[in-house]
Write a protein that binds this ligand. Structure first.
Ligand code: 4HQ
Length: 248
């Protein structure tokens, strides 16, 4: 899969993506990352990429033309079928695991990272398929949001994670929060590791983990349970969790 980021800070995106899981995916050729700087497509002698907002007010707005030419270059750089252009902004659709799972079918994802007050509205309307948000808060530019998307999508691509680190077990992949994890030593601050995890009983361990996932979701993110159909076994496990909670 190929990612293209349109950004005034290409080094910020490249330097970050070369590390860890995304960096390994790029080295293995499972992921391609290219960056496109609108400044390289500015036509005036000052290399202007922004201008004052019509109607007045503070800040600057990114101009249509340098952005349009940068996206066109990103599109033309490869001949692929499934392409999506996404603008990252707080006005966008909140990014959820489901949205990112759907991206794994794409050949090319072009991410537009805005700066300042944002980009000319006509660029969003005419050149972007979708607008996505990291959440209800403001960051200084779309680069960090683009990096989040690249990381979260890359780890879902075949071959990127080893069997050991498989994405299937992660929080949110099944609509639930992850279970607690423990490693050596057995005792920390007088707290022992739950017995079942030392038992070697793999079925018992899987049931305990599912119960904890359900219980933690119920305690920390009850909203997630509203959009989820639980199996009869999961309902029973969650009831057990609630009873055990009252006994504590
Ligand atoms: N910004 N999710 C404003 C964000 C943001 C978000 C990016 C700030 C775009 C123009 N991006 N610029 N929240 O706050 O994605």
């Amino acid at each position: 899969m190929r990612f293209d980021v349109v950004t005034l800070f290409p080094e910020m995106v490249q330097d970050c993506a070369v590390n860890g899981v995304t960096g390994r995916a790029i080295k293995q050729g499972l992921v391609d990352l290219s960056v496109w700087n609108p400044r390289d497509y500015s036509v005036d002698r000052h290399k202007t990429v922004d201008d004052r907002p019509y109607g007045g007010g503070p800040g600057m707005v990114m101009k249509y033309q340098p952005l349009k030419d940068a996206v066109d270059q990103a599109r033309q750089s490869v001949d692929v079928k499934q392409v999506k252009v996404v603008y990252l902004s707080p006005q966008g659709k909140p990014i959820k695991q489901q949205l990112l799972n759907e991206c794994t079918d794409l050949d090319q994802l072009i991410l537009i990272a805005g700066r300042y007050e944002g980009v000319d509205e006509r660029f969003i309307e005419d050149e972007c398929h979708e607008e996505w948000s990291l959440g209800d808060f403001v960051i200084s530019g779309g680069e960090l949001a683009a990096l989040v998307v690249i990381d979260a999508v890359s780890r879902l691509l075949p071959g990127v994670l080893g069997d050991e680190e498989s994405a299937k077990q992660d929080s949110h992949m099944n609509g639930l929060l992850d279970c607690p994890h423990y490693t050596r030593p057995e005792v920390v601050n007088n707290k022992v590791v739950p017995d079942v995890l030392l038992s070697g009983n793999h079925k018992g361990i899987a049931l305990w983990r599912m119960k904890q996932s359900l219980g933690r979701t119920y305690q920390k993110r009850p909203d997630l349970l509203l959009d989820k159909e639980l199996t009869a076994q999961q309902q029973a496990l969650l009831e057990e969790f609630k009873i055990e909670l009252k006994c504590k």
